[in-house]
Design a protein around this ligand. Structure first.
Ligand code: ZN
Length: 145
């Protein structure tokens, strides 16, 4: 409720907290050191800097992991999925280092029996998985025809 403004125009969306742009904005707002202008390079720097405990980077990344984990817990409670795949370049960057913490946060925010039957994994298709998935749609239609 009444959360951060999201790029979609609404307020309080998850992306307004855990998206790459949002993470970098939250880091800047918290007084973090300047980062490279390129978003992917900046986020890589932020995640790397977060390995130093007690830093602004560590706080922002820890919050991000908790927010994302809590949202995954909500999804697990609502949908009881067999598997949640974390993808996208930012998701892979964060998940590569923090998948265990994300799973722990999701476990804290979901019903135990539902969490136990849900796998949370990183996408194996790389950062272009969305484009690959979209590319399969016309191919699927062609094969169905
Ligand atoms: Zn939004």
């Amino acid at each position: 409720m009444d959360g951060r403004r999201c790029r979609c125009g609404n307020v309080g969306c998850l992306e307004a907290y855990v998206g790459a742009e949002a993470m970098l904005e939250r880091y800047a707002e918290a007084g973090g050191d300047p980062l490279p202008a390129d978003q992917e390079t900046a986020l890589a720097h932020l995640v790397l800097a977060a390995s130093a405990p007690g830093t602004t980077a560590a706080r922002v990344v820890d919050e991000t992991v908790r927010y994302l984990g809590a949202s995954l817990g909500g999804l697990i409670n609502l949908l009881a999925p067999e598997r949640i795949i974390l993808g996208g370049w930012a998701g892979l960057l964060l998940g590569d280092r923090y998948l265990g913490e994300l799973r722990e946060a999701a476990a804290r925010h979901s019903l135990r029996h539902l969490f136990a039957s849900t796998a949370i994994e990183l996408c194996r298709l790389g950062p272009d998985a969305v484009a690959l998935g979209a590319a399969t749609l016309p191919l699927e239609r062609f094969l169905d025809g």
